[in-house]
Design a protein around this ligand. Structure first.
Ligand code: FES
Ligand code: FES
Length: 164
């Protein structure tokens, strides 16, 4: 099969590769970039485990061909924190609230919740539940996950209030 050159920015780093057009963005990130924090479970858009930010929007990377991300800015779970050892408010909240059990779904949740709270910094209960409905946790740890979103929202609101 003919290979195609593709360039994109991944976690702030310019990446160039020549790849088969059938390669998904998820597989590109895992196999070509070595960013295995993006997990694959259903591989058909149902579970959200593979969620990454594409030009800031949360997207399921198993449903996007890497060549479709030509020129895009990608952020994976590895790129959310400012620096190693400095987790984001969302990442800290998942740990504090026991929002993970086996942790397989966690990267997808963390990326989805990060985008959700950026777009909706003061969500109500219904909005949080609706936002979480796009990601599946097979350990059914939704109580802790829900609490983590509440904690992160409160912390981000406080930080915003403190900054103004
Ligand atoms: S692996 Fe992409 S949505 Fe499930
Ligand atoms: S913590 Fe195990 S699948 Fe969610």
């Amino acid at each position: 099969m003919n290979e195609i050159p593709v360039t994109m920015t991944v976690n702030g780093e310019d990446r160039a590769a020549t790849i088969e057009p059938r390669l998904t963005l998820a597989d590109y990130l895992r196999s070509e970039c070595g960013l295995t924090g993006t997990h694959l479970a259903c591989e058909h858009g149902a579970c959200g485990a593979c969620t990454v930010l594409v030009d800031g929007a949360a997207q399921r990377s198993c449903l996007v061909f890497a060549v479709q991300a030509q020129g895009a800015e990608i952020t994976t779970v590895e790129g959310l924190a400012e620096a190693p050892g400095e987790p984001t408010a969302v990442q800290r909240a998942f740990e504090d609230c026991y929002g993970l059990q086996c942790g397989f779904c966690t990267p997808g949740f963390v990326v989805s919740v990060t985008a959700f709270l950026r777009d909706n910094p003061e969500p109500d209960d219904r909005e949080i539940r609706e936002a979480l409905s796009g990601n599946l946790c097979r350990c059914t740890g939704y109580g802790g996950i829900y609490a983590a979103v509440r904690q992160a929202a409160a912390e981000l609101a406080e930080a915003q209030g403190g900054a103004s």
